[in-house]
Design a protein around this ligand. Structure first.
Ligand code: TRP
Length: 494
């Protein structure tokens, strides 16, 4: 039965308070309710629409939510109570048996969904096994230091960038005095970038400084248009807005080219897109990305667009048509499927496989069970937050590994493994000695949650206000410079 207007209004009220039907975790009740909708709710019901879009984004993964199938769900608002029948059969086959609890035991990671099965976050060792990448280990870091003369960045030392593909090959080149280039990107789906979005860019900037190499940054406004419920013009505009934040991170204007797919894809870049397209079948992308017959055809071809910047011949104005300059891609591990595909086709079209380094996910304030979401303002610290907002959010929402009472905390100590404020410190506190001291003192119960949070708040407030200052000086004119195809300045010894 279709949902009535009254039911919709009650639901909208429910989702003001709750993230999901049953509170704050997605369950089969969400899947069942979702199936009652023939199309997205009207935008006059923003809370219901937010829930709908969120559940929709899970795709067939929503069949794996925990919980059992029910026949009706009750909701109440101030003065109305409704029972909504939800006994429509499950889509795409029955995954959850009647009345049987399906526990979520495996982590799930693809470019669109990241879900951990515990609040310690994703099991990254397992992910390395499953994806077939390699761990960034002590030996590799030692070699890195020997060749570059730089102590590896704390993201590398602390396992935040934890996995790689052929980083050794890049180091060999550098050792032989040859050059390479960096490639990273961002899907511009909202104006509000949060601190988690900065991680790959901070790493990339450091690598650019250490190696003195060119960088290309892809803004996938096309991808966001194809996947999200957004207008094309909106995605394109967001690409230029996000470019400002990216530029504010400090990339060298003489060595950095930023582009919007919508505006840039053509010519030699497009030729490489076509080469990739011709050598990847629908069956392959189905297997890698989970597309199916009902996926729009833009999605099916999009991976070729994300692949193309891995090849130097896509940017003749930078590399003078050279097709063999190797590429290193810093990215979060959820982007790996794109580059597994890229590495698979590269030799078949006579091009070099890109090397990669992968980061872990930046945890949401509520816990490491998922990544931050730009659509939930309380799950993240945004680059636009004021010092006061930062303080409030950390104090109120950052999941604590501390104990309920001071006595208990002093006796038993805090748990750094689940404590979000501590995790954030591992990302943003550069001082190793102080970080280790905090870990010891907090675990021993000598340091309280409030004290730990105070240190984090200070660091974030400084970092964000410095970012805001730098962003202010990024004018439209500056953006235009970074986004103009032009020769970049680097030593071309390749
Ligand atoms: N698909 C990425 C996103 O949605 C954007 C992206 C494009 C990217 N190319 C990349 C990310 C290369 C990392 C590296 O955010």
């Amino acid at each position: 039965m279709p949902i009535t207007k009254l039911e919709e209004a009650v639901l909208d009220e429910h989702f003001i308070k709750y993230s999901y039907v049953k509170g704050f975790t997605a369950t089969q009740s969400d899947t069942a309710l979702f199936l009652q909708f023939e199309s997205a709710p009207h935008k006059d019901l923003p809370h219901l629409l937010r829930w709908y879009t969120h559940i929709k984004s899970f795709g067939s993964e929503r069949l794996k939510f925990p919980g059992c199938k029910e026949t009706f769900l009750s909701f109440s608002s101030n003065c109305t109570k409704v029972n909504i029948m939800v006994d429509k059969t499950l889509e795409e086959g029955e995954v959850v048996a009647d009345g049987q609890q399906q526990e979520q035991t495996e982590d799930f990671v693809d470019p669109w969904t990241v879900r951990a099965s515990s609040n310690k976050g994703i099991d990254y060792d397992k992910l390395i096994d499953r994806f077939g990448s390699s761990r960034i280990d002590e030996a590799l870091l030692e070699r890195f230091e020997k060749i570059t003369g730089h102590k590896p960045h704390h993201f590398l030392r602390r396992g935040i960038f934890f996995s790689h593909r052929e980083l050794n090959r890049i180091l060999n080149l550098v050792e032989a005095g040859k050059t390479f280039f960096l490639y990273t990107g961002r899907g511009p789906s909202s104006e509000a970038m949060h601190v988690g979005h900065l991680i790959p860019f901070i790493m990339t900037k450091w690598l650019q400084d250490v190696f003195d190499v060119p960088l290309v940054v892809q803004l996938t406004d096309d991808e966001k248009y194809l996947w999200k419920d957004l207008k094309l013009e909106q995605c394109n505009k967001l690409a230029y807005e996000n470019a400002k934040d990216i530029i504010a991170i400090g990339f060298d204007i003489n060595k950095t080219f930023i582009f919007s797919d919508v505006d840039f894809v053509s010519g030699d870049f497009y030729k490489n897109v076509l080469r990739v397209q011709k050598h990847v079948t629908f069956n392959q992308v189905k297997g890698i990305f989970g597309f199916d017959e009902s996926s729009n055809i833009g999605k099916i071809m999009f991976p070729a667009i994300q692949a193309a910047p891995s090849f130097s011949s896509s940017f003749p104005f930078i590399f003078g048509g050279k097709k063999d300059i190797p590429c290193l891609i810093p990215c979060a591990i959820d982007q790996d499927p794109y580059f597994r595909m890229t590495r698979d086709v590269a030799p078949r079209i006579g091009l070099q496989k890109p090397a990669l380094i992968h980061s872990t996910f930046f945890p949401a304030l509520q816990g490491a069970g998922s990544k931050m979401s730009a659509s939930d303002e309380n799950s993240s610290i945004f680059l636009t937050d004021t010092p006061n907002q930062i303080k409030k959010k950390i104090n109120k929402y950052a999941f604590s590994g501390g104990k309920d009472t001071i006595e208990e905390h002093r006796a038993l100590g805090g748990d750094c493994e689940v404590d979000v404020s501590y995790m954030y410190l591992t990302f943003f506190m550069e001082d190793d000695t102080r970080l280790e001291e905090i870990r010891r003192e907090y675990s021993a119960g000598n340091m309280l949650t409030g004290e730990l949070k105070a240190e984090l708040i200070k660091i974030l407030q400084n970092m964000i206000s410095e970012h805001q200052e730098r962003r202010k000086s990024v004018t439209d004119e500056v953006v235009k410079q970074y986004m103009t195809p032009r020769p970049l300045n680097f030593h071309s010894k390749s």
